[in-house]
Design a binder for this molecule. Structure first.
Ligand SMILES: Cc1cc2nc3c(=O)[nH]c(=O)nc-3n(C[C@H](O)[C@H](O)[C@H](O)COP(=O)(O)OP(=O)(O)OC[C@H]3O[C@@H](n4cnc5c(N)ncnc54)[C@H](O)[C@@H]3O)c2cc1C
Length: 591
C-alpha cells in the first residue's frame, strides 16, 4: 500500500490499490492506483469549474495537476478582462457578443460553441460573484470596460491586474469545500487509456517521488490548457506545452484548426522587467490609451487597414502584423519591436488608474511619464484545439475537453476577454456532461492494459552516454524553430523546414540523457513534456502548411490574402502514428 499526499490540503491519503510490475526482474517499478467517476486533468479555471459542476451533478471527482492545484497554467496569470454581455455599464446582449466573436473569428468559428460561450458567460460570472469574486463595481454595478473588437463596454475585471489570481482563489476555495472532489498536485498525466473506443482512465507520474500512477475513471476531462510554450517568445507558464492536444490525438480524438495560434501584439520586450506579466500592457491601453509608435516615433497601425490611437480598436492579429511589418521594413525599436508610449498621460491619471502597478514598474526602473517601453508580439493563446461537440465530448466516448484545450469557438482569432469566459463556460459544461455520462454503461477497467502502458512508458526514455543531449536542450531547440519557422509569419518553405526538424528531434527522443534519480527527476518531466510538445508542434506545422492563405492569426507571406476557398475548418487526427488532415465546413448555429 502506498501513501500519496494531497499536497494542497496537506493530509495524507491512502491510495487504493498497489499494483506491482509484472516484471519479476524489476524491483523498483511501483505504481499506485486511483479510482474515480470523473478524472480531470489540469486544475486551471476550466478544470476547477468542471470539478465543481461534476460534483454538483453527483459524481466523485479526481482533480489532478502537474503543478499545484489552482496555481499552475494561464488562469492565475490572466490579468484583467473577462468578456461577458452583462449589460451593466451600457446596453448589451448575448447576440451582440456572439456577433463580435464571429466577426473576430473571420468566418471560422464553431457557432454552437461560440454561442454557448456568449450565452452562458453571464451566468458563470454572476455565479463567481456569489462564490466571492469581487468584480470591480461602480454604484453597485459590475464595471465593464471597452476592449478591441467589442462594440460595447463588455469586459469586467478585478482591480489592479488581479483578475486571474482572484478568480483562481475563488475556485480553489470552492473546490476545497466540496467533499466529492479529491485534489492531487504534482501529478503529470502522460497518456489516456482507451478500450473499445471508450476512455477508461489515464496513466501518469508523480513528479515528487517518481512513482507511476494508474487512474481508473468512467469519464475523463482534458483541461490541461494551451500550447504557447511551443514558441520561444511566449507569455506561458511552465506548463503550457500543449500536452492536452497530444494526449487527445494519441487517444484517438480529433483536433481542429491547429494553425491558429494567437500572437499577442504588445508583449513586453524592453527594458528588462522582473516579476511582472509580459502582457500587462493591455489593460493600460484599455484604460488610458497609449500610443503605439514605430522606431521613428510615428503612429503606424492605420497603415495596415485598421485604426488604433485614441480608440485602441485594432484587433490582435492586425496589431501583431503591423508591428512585425514595421520592424521588417527597418522601422523597429532598438530591441526589434514598437514603442508603447504613455508620456502624454499626466502622472496623476496614471497613478489613479494603476497606482500599485506604477510603483512596481518604478521598482523595475521604468517611469512611464519619462520612458516609452518596447513591445512586440508574443505567443499567447491557441484558438485551435480538441474537437468537441456542444457537450464538450470528443469522438472518443467518455473523453471530454474544457477551456483553452478546446478548439473552434474563436475561429481564426479570439476577442480579448473571451478566454476566461470560455474556461468557465466550457468547464461547467464538460463537468456536468461527464457526470451524466458516468451514470450510463461504460467499458470496464483493464488492469493489464494499464500495467503494459506504464511499463512501455517507463522504458521509453533511456539514459545514453553523457554526450547525449538533455531533453531540455532539445525543448529549447524546438521553441526556437517554432518561433522562427511557424511563428507570426509563415512561408511554405519555412514550414517544410520546421517539419523536417521536428521529425529529426522526434527520432532523437529515445536516446536522450536522463538522470537516474527517482525523486524530482526534472529530466524525466522534460522528456515527457517534449514528447507531447513534438506531437503538438507537428500538428500545428502540418495544419499551417495546408492552409495556403492568410486569415486571422495565421499569416502566410507566400499567400498574403484570405482565400474564400479556405473558408473551412481543418481537422487533424492520428492514424498509425501519422498525422492526417482534412477539411470540414464550419458548424453553424441551428435555429
Ligand atoms: C499571461 C496571460 C494573461 C492572460 N490574460 C487574459 C485575460 O485578461 N483575459 C482572458 O480572457 N484570457 C487571458 N488569458 C488567457 C486565459 O488565461 C486562458 O486561456 C485560460 O485561463 C485557460 O484556462 P484553462 O483552465 O483552460 O488552462 P490553464 O489555466 O492553463 O490550466 C491548465 C492546467 O493544466 C495543467 N497541466 C498541463 N499539462 C498537464 C499534465 N500533463 N498533467 C496534469 N496537469 C497538466 C497545468 O499545470 C495548468 O494548471 C491570459 C493568458 C496568459 C498566459
Amino acid at each position: 500500500m502506498f501513501l500519496a499526499r494531497d499536497s494542497l490540503v496537506g493530509k495524507p491519503k491512502v491510495i487504493f490499490r498497489d499494483t506491482r510490475s509484472k516484471n519479476e526482474h524489476d524491483h523498483d517499478f511501483h505504481m499506485s492506483h486511483l479510482s474515480t467517476d470523473v478524472l480531470i486533468i489540469g486544475a486551471g479555471g476550466a478544470g476547477m469549474y468542471a470539478a465543481i459542476a461534476a460534483a454538483r451533478n453527483g459524481a466523485s471527482v479526481l482533480l489532478l495537476d502537474k503543478s499545484q492545484v489552482g496555481r499552475g497554467g494561464a488562469t492565475i496569470m490572466a490579468q484583467m478582462t473577462v468578456a461577458v454581455a452583462l449589460g451593466e455599464q451600457e446596453p448589451d446582449s448575448v447576440q451582440l457578443h456572439f456577433q463580435d466573436t464571429l466577426t473576430a473569428g473571420r468566418g471560422l468559428c464553431n457557432e454552437e460553441l461560440a454561442y454557448l460561450l456568449c450565452d452562458d458567460g453571464p451566468k458563470r460570472i454572476r455565479e463567481m460573484a456569489e462564490w466571492g469574486t469581487r468584480w470591480a463595481r461602480e454604484d453597485g454595478h459590475i464595471k465593464q470596460e471597452m476592449a478591441p473588437g467589442h462594440r460595447v463596454k463588455r469586459c469586467c475585471y478585478v482591480d489592479f491586474l488581479n483578475t486571474g489570481p482572484a478568480v483562481a482563489a475563488t475556485l480553489r476555495r470552492k473546490v476545497s469545500e466540496i467533499a466529492a472532489i479529491r485534489r492531487i498536485s504534482n501529478l503529470a498525466v502522460v497518456e489516456m487509456l482507451v478500450r473499445d473506443g471508450q476512455v477508461i482512465g489515464a496513466v501518469g507520474v508523480n513528479l515528487v517521488d517518481g512513482q507511476w500512477v494508474s487512474i481508473e475513471a468512467r469519464a475523463v476531462i482534458l483541461a490541461a490548457g494551451g500550447l504557447t510554450k511551443l514558441f520561444e517568445r511566449n507569455s506561458a507558464s511552465a506548463n503550457m506545452g500543449g500536452e492536452a492536444y497530444a494526449m487527445a490525438l494519441w487517444a484517438g480524438a480529433e483536433l481542429i484548426d491547429m494553425e491558429f495560434v494567437q500572437f499577442f501584439p504588445i508583449g513586453h520586450l524592453a527594458p528588462r522587467l522582473v516579476g511582472m506579466d509580459p502582457i500587462m500592457w493591455d489593460p493600460f491601453r484599455y484604460k488610458l490609451g497609449g500610443k503605439l509608435l514605430n522606431g521613428r516615433f510615428e503612429e503606424f497601425v492605420d497603415r495596415y487597414g485598421s485604426t488604433d490611437f485614441g480608440k485602441y480598436n485594432a484587433t490582435r492579429d492586425i496589431a501583431a502584423y503591423a508591428i512585425l511589418k514595421e520592424v521588417e521594413a527597418g522601422r523597429g525599436t532598438p530591441h526589434g519591436g514598437a514603442y508603447l508610449d504613455f508620456r502624454h498621460i499626466p502622472a496623476a491619471q496614471l497613478r489613479g488608474a494603476f497606482g500599485p502597478v506604477v510603483d512596481r514598474l518604478l521598482a523595475n526602473g521604468i517611469d512611464l511619464t519619462k520612458t516609452p517601453v518596447e513591445v512586440s508580439p508574443i505567443a499567447h493563446y491557441h484558438m485551435g484545439g480538441i474537437r468537441v461537440d456542444a457537450n464538450m465530448e470528443t469522438r472518443v466516448a467518455g473523453l471530454y475537453a474544457a477551456g483553452e484545450a478546446v478548439g473552434g469557438a474563436n475561429g481564426a482569432n479570439r476577442l480579448s476577454g473571451n478566454a476566461i469566459t470560455e474556461a468557465f463556460v466550457f468547464g461547467e459544461r464538460a463537468g456536468a456532461s461527464a457526470a451524466l455520462k458516468v451514470k450510463s454503461e461504460s467499458a470496464p477497467w483493464d488492469d493489464m492494459a494499464a500495467t503494459a502502458a506504464l511499463e512501455r512508458l517507463r522504458d521509453s526514455p533511456c539514459t545514453e552516454s553523457s554526450d547525449a543531449p538533455t531533453p531540455i536542450s532539445l525543448l529549447a531547440e524546438l521553441q526556437k524553430l517554432m518561433w522562427e519557422k511557424a511563428g507570426p509569419f509563415r512561408t511554405g518553405d519555412q514550414l517544410l523546414s520546421a517539419q523536417r526538424q521536428i521529425a529529426r528531434i522526434q527520432r532523437e527522443l529515445p536516446r536522450l540523457r536522463i538522470g537516474s534519480q527517482g525523486a524530482f527527476n526534472l529530466d524525466l518531466q522534460d522528456w515527457f513534456e517534449l514528447r507531447a510538445m513534438l506531437t503538438t508542434a507537428a500538428a500545428v506545422v502540418k495544419s499551417a502548411l495546408a492552409r495556403c492563405e492568410s486569415r486571422g492569426a495565421h499569416q502566410r507571406e507566400d499567400f498574403p490574402a484570405p482565400d474564400e476557398s479556405f473558408l473551412k475548418n481543418q481537422i487533424v487526427e492520428m492514424r498509425n502514428d501519422e498525422l492526417i488532415t482534412r477539411w470540414v465546413a464550419p458548424v453553424c448555429l441551428r435555429d
